[in-house]
Design a protein around this ligand. Structure first.
Ligand code: ZN
Ligand code: ZN
Ligand code: FE
Length: 735
């Protein structure tokens, strides 16, 4: 038999995902000798054996890699024979060389590990830190690469004899599972309470306290969650008070998919997402009359996730369903250590904490997704997704650090054609979030072994990041680029339709309903249409007191403003006339606010986008047929102007003739779709891309998709990159 020897290289997400044991098994299967090793560039294999066997081995890697691996490049090359028959070795990691191998995101507990913790005969019965090569913490425990125990927060735990045996046995499910642990040698749970009493059974204590109406901080993968019983109205009310969230939704964690189905509609795609290794919060339509109205009072959806750590499985098997919201104070980062959680305890935000001694290295909130028909749309991209990079075709070489937007901040690092988008950082208001951002930027630079000289940021002169950058990118251009990059449309003739809240425009005004056109040179854009400017009396104040906006929109039109006091009207008129703190805006988000207030749905938005969320709910609740308000696009000049005055006029007429709020909300949604259709028709581009925070409104997206599907237009939304401001850093990194 003639022998061949082959060098095979694999890169992508190939470490910490069970690649080497899989390779080992395949090599035994085909009777090959050689070795497999983790290097900083990826996995390197040398195999020797018969030509047929070596080919079959390579095919097998290609077609059946470990389920959670993501192979980006797979190459093979024949090399001289070494005659090392009969041995196949697994080499220890080699730490040198350029770090190209991707770090795996955290992975939800696999079925096998769930079985282990539920089996009274298993030595990991009820053990909260059970994991294996197919599941467990990854990104959140990694200090540096290569991914090996000494460079993770597991370095403090010395494996016991049994764990070490598993770790070194290539045929074991825990072979080189870096966080491998058991009750003898691994991390332990404990309770932090005000009384400082010692607690023998932390899990049981937690379950009991939760059942009694307690509010707990529970340490998860990327941070603490605040948990409580959602079926206890008094507790939920208390949580709303202390978190200062009067109306905003909370996410729930439910025991299993059957329980989810009892409360929500679940499509096939949604079920796949819920059960995936990412295990995100999925926004699901509530079944009419379900028991969680007080959890998401403002909308028809419920954010639900399944247990994703052994600790969650153990807790939920005894509680069935828990509120699970990020443990932080407003505008602060999620708490990750005991010191931070003790502050929450002192401030009476939680009653006690269930903590453990495995350190969290990287903060990562729970991710959030929703589905537009069968298409996934990421709303918050964090735990489970990060730090998997995106590959963008036709992007020129270069390295860039981009600092993102001020709201829903993320940053990004580009290494040639790969863009690494950071986890959710949050609102850059509090200094702690700036610190969080700064620290993660340093860590990403270390992990990626890169220090970009080019720094791009939002063109808003009021943002702190503005000063530390050498490349400014307009907010809506960045939104547009984020879709183009995601769907590989660079160099194409693209119309970007950006429906957004706030973004600094090239004329110094606040943009937000923008039609931007780009051709071969994606670095530049032309503004081809936008919403007519209107004043925002009081600036930031108008985003909360949204009746200010309805007043500004309709003051040219005959309207009695019957529900607004005389003094307030006079004050607003003066503010607008004098232009004091009254910027001009073309924002669709603000138009949503103004329309919601005008219709009489809400006049105070106590959290971001509340008016739009309510308007969506009313539109969804409209049963029947109606037509949208008539769009008015003035195309005498470039940019074309979308006039809102006729829209406001029609709404005021409807108000007078007793049309239901639901129908008016629906007619407004249809107006937005028709306006977009009208402008797209006039421009007739090759491709249309959609981005901006307003498209978190799934009702608007689906109406728009229905409309566009009929026209045969080729269009794209952001799907894997957040469509809101968390995607802005991605677009910035492309410049
Ligand atoms: Zn597992
Ligand atoms: Zn052990
Ligand atoms: Fe935006």
């Amino acid at each position: 038999m003639s022998l061949v020897r082959r060098l095979i290289k694999i890169s992508g997400i190939v470490q910490g995902v069970g690649m080497r044991p899989t390779i080992y098994r395949y090599a035994l299967e085909w009777n090959l000798s050689g070795f497999v090793a983790n290097t900083a560039q990826g996995v390197v294999i040398e195999v020797e054996g018969g030509q047929f066997e070596v080919d079959a081995f390579f095919e097998k890697i290609k077609t059946s890699p470990p389920p959670i691996a993501r192979i980006e490049r797979l190459t093979q090359q024949d090399i001289p024979i070494k005659n090392d028959r009969d041995v196949f070795r697994i080499d220890m990691s080699r730490g040198s060389g350029e770090k190209l191998t991707e770090i795996s995101p955290d992975i939800a507990t696999c079925k096998d590990c769930q079985n282990d913790i539920n089996d009274p005969k298993n030595r990991r019965f009820q053990y909260a830190f059970t994991n294996c090569t197919n599941c467990g913490p990854r990104f959140t425990i990694i200090h540096d690469r290569p991914y090996d125990r000494p460079l993770t927060s597991m370095k403090h735990f010395k494996m016991c004899k049994e764990c070490a045996e598993e770790y070194h046995d290539p045929c074991d499910r825990r072979f080189h599972a870096q966080p491998n642990a058991c009750p003898v040698c691994g991390p332990k749970l404990y309770i932090i309470a005000k009384m400082n009493e010692s607690c023998e059974m932390p899990l049981e204590y937690t379950v009991n306290e939760l059942k009694k109406g307690g509010i707990a901080a529970i340490k998860g993968l990327g941070g603490f969650n605040i948990a409580c019983d959602p079926l206890n109205p008094a507790t939920v009310e208390r949580l709303r008070k202390i978190k200062r969230r009067k109306n905003k939704s909370f996410a729930l964690m439910m025991r299993d998919i059957e329980l989810v189905r009892a409360h929500c509609e679940v499509s096939t795609e949604e079920e796949i997402a819920l059960k995936s290794s990412i295990s995100p919060i999925v926004l699901l339509k509530k079944i009419h009359g379900n028991s969680f109205q007080n959890i998401s009072p403002d909308n028809n959806y419920l954010g639900v996730m399944l247990p994703y750590t052994p600790l969650h499985h153990l807790l939920l098997s005894k509680t069935n369903v828990l509120v699970m919201t990020s443990a932080n104070k407003v505008d602060e980062p999620i708490a990750i250590n005991d010191q931070e959680v003790k502050k929450l305890l002192e401030d009476k935000i939680v009653d006690f904490a269930l903590s453990h001694d495995r350190e969290i290295v990287h903060r990562a909130d729970d991710s959030i997704v929703q589905f537009l028909r069968e298409k996934m749309q990421v709303i918050r991209r964090s735990r489970g997704f990060v730090p998997t990079p995106f590959y963008v075709e036709n992007l020129e070489n270069g390295s860039v650090l981009s600092l993102g937007a001020n709201m829903k901040n993320t940053f990004a690092i580009r290494k040639d054609e790969n863009i690494y988008l950071s986890q959710h950082i949050g609102e850059l208001i509090d200094y702690r979030n700036y610190d969080f951002q700064k620290n993660e930027i340093l860590d990403f630079k270390t992990l990626l072994d890169i220090s970009p000289k080019n720094i791009s940021a939002d063109a808003h002169p009021g943002y702190e990041n503005y000063n530390s950058s050498n490349q400014l990118v307009y907010h809506h251009h960045a939104h547009m680029l984020s879709v183009m990059g995601e769907h590989n449309l660079l160099g194409k003739n693209v119309l970007g339709v950006i429906c957004d809240g706030t973004g600094y425009g090239s004329d110094g005004k606040i943009w937000g309903f923008e039609f931007l056109s780009a051709g071969k040179d994606y670095r530049h854009f032309e503004r081809v249409a936008h919403l007519r400017y209107f004043p925002l009396p009081g600036g930031e104040m108008a985003i909360k007191e949204i009746d200010r906006i309805s007043f500004a929109l309709s003051r040219d039109i005959e309207n009695d403003f019957s529900n607004m006091g005389h003094d307030r009207r006079k004050m607003l008129e003066t503010v607008i006339k004098n232009g004091v703190n009254t910027p001009l805006t073309s924002s669709l988000g603000r138009l949503f606010d103004g329309v919601a207030a005008l219709i009489g749905i809400v006049s105070l938005a106590d959290y971001e986008a509340r008016a739009a969320i309510l308007l969506q709910k009313y539109a969804e609740n409209f049963k029947g047929k109606t037509e949208g308000y008539i769009p008015h696009v003035i195309d005498e000049d470039t940019p074309m102007i979308i006039d809102f005055a006729p829209l406001i006029g029609e709404i005021i007429l409807d108000l007078g003739s007793g049309v239901s709020k639901e129908e008016m909300a629906m007619k407004f949604h249809l107006w937005v779709v028709d306006v977009i259709g009208c402008v797209v028709d006039k421009i007739s581009p090759e491709y249309v891309v959609f981005s901006g925070g307003c498209f978190q409104n799934s009702h608007l997206c689906i109406l728009l998709m229905d409309f566009l599907d009929k026209t045969g237009m080729t269009y794209y939304f952001n799907q894997n990159i957040p469509i809101n401001d968390a995607g802005v850093a991605f677009g910035q990194a492309m410049i």
